[in-house]
Design a protein around this ligand. Structure first.
Ligand SMILES: *Cc1c(COP(=O)(O)O)cnc(C)c1O
Length: 391
């Protein structure tokens, strides 16, 4: 056993879980004699998404980061191109395009939610703008109708960062299938996991054939395997984006059990809401609104504190009770890497979410009594004399 130094009553922020047949499927992949990419489990997963989600093509990748990098390659993003990305997101959303030499034009969040504020996006578009990358924070849909209309008007690509948004919808359609491309993550902390893993959804048929080539190191291997090419050769740029069958086998087990997985997350999310809505109503903190235009996927449960100092004190309070809650993201426009490259605009909402947002532990095997410990710890922090904000 890998030793653990954590106290026995420690509540981690996240914990991976087995839906059931993961280890058996990994055994089957070994027995089938193919552990490299694009084997039976990979194809099973990809077919599932193409058929159930309506993607033109689904390609598993080694991470969500990789899916975004593949998207940037596929769209031929060049040095000097501009890409509009929310500042309040994970580094990978921006890095994928920075790696191609693009300049990132950061968009602010909505006042009430980390998702990008569409009302401010049009003013950021210039003749060099090539793409918009909306991030569906916590599986809550961005205004995709508005984003796609804007993209059409200015002839821009839309790459959805749906890393947190598996199984969530917008107007009845899966997030990640509305833009030209959609990037998903199957990282350990996401709803469905492969340990590390991701997927690029190709929703525009124009991009499908080339996507398969970039995915397999710039070769026509996939077409050759289907008997569509006479020779297996180097035909374009590319990289090794495809995951091992070990990861795909784990993912397939999770996909088969996605309803039970989602059901459990929903129960946990609703239990947090039931316990914490009264405290939010009393002014202790704010909760994030859900979208009326889509169904979220219960990926995360977040609180917004009044100040950064209050946020840090709350995290420390939880930590003394052996509960690990976390904050994120330090806005990318003011990061050590990008500040000097940023155009200087203040992005107050992204900055505020970076200072005040707290994510509570939310994972499949979180037990009711553990969850109660978390909500009681939050409550005790705000009940402590002098902590409740004066009204
Ligand atoms: C998790 C995540 C990623 C990166 O996914 P990985 O699979 O960890 O590489 C990208 N964007 C967002 C918004 C994420 O939450």
């Amino acid at each position: 056993m890998i030793p653990s130094s954590l106290p026995p009553d420690f509540i981690p922020f996240n914990r991976p879980h087995l839906a059931g047949p993961e280890l058996e499927y990994i055994r089957q992949a070994v027995a089938a004699g193919k552990l490299s990419g694009n084997g039976w489990f990979t194809q099973r997963c990809q077919q599932f998404f193409e058929q159930q989600y309506g993607m033109v093509k689904a390609l598993l990748t080694t991470s969500g980061t990789d899916a975004l990098e593949m998207a940037a390659l596929l769209l031929n993003i060049q040095p000097g191109d501009e890409v509009i990305v929310p500042s309040y997101t994970f580094t990978s959303t921006a890095n994928a395009f920075v790696l191609r030499g693009a300049r990132i034009v950061f968009a602010d969040s909505r006042p009430d939610h980390p998702n990008l504020d569409l009302a401010q996006v049009e003013a950021l578009i210039t003749p060099r703008t090539r793409a918009i990358v909306p991030v569906h924070y916590g599986g809550t849909a961005c205004d995709m109708a508005g984003i796609m209309a804007l993209a059409e008007r200015y002839t821009l690509w839309v790459v959805e960062d749906a890393a947190q948004a598996i199984e969530a919808t917008y107007q009845g359609r899966p997030l990640g299938t509305l833009g030209h491309l959609g990037a998903f993550s199957f990282h350990e902390t996401k709803n469905l996991s492969a340990g590390e893993g991701g997927m690029l959804a190709i929703n525009d048929p124009i991009l499908a054939a080339r996507a398969e080539i970039l995915w397999e190191k710039g070769t026509n291997r996939a077409a050759f395997a289907r008997g569509e090419a006479a020779r297996y050769e180097w035909v374009d740029v590319g990289s090794s984006f495809l995951p091992s069958e070990l990861n795909a086998a784990y993912l397939w087990a999770q996909l088969e059990h996605r309803q039970a997985i989602q059901q459990r997350r929903r129960q946990l999310w609703e239990a947090y809401a039931a316990a914490l809505v009264p405290l939010a109503a009393a002014g202790c903190f704010q909760l994030l609104p859900v979208s009326a235009e889509g169904q979220q996927n219960w990926h995360l449960f977040a609180l917004l504190c009044h100040t950064e100092a209050e946020r840090d004190a709350l995290l420390a309070h939880l930590r003394t009770r052996n509960i690990l809650a976390v904050f994120h993201y330090l806005p990318l426009h003011s990061s050590p890497y990008y500040t000097a490259r940023h155009d200087g605009r203040a992005l107050p909402h992204a900055t505020r979410f970076g200072q005040t947002l707290v994510r509570l532990p939310l994972y499949h095997d979180l037990q009711p009594e553990q969850q109660q410990r978390v909500t009681e710890a939050v409550e005790s922090f705000y009940r402590y004399p002098g902590r409740l904000p004066s009204s």
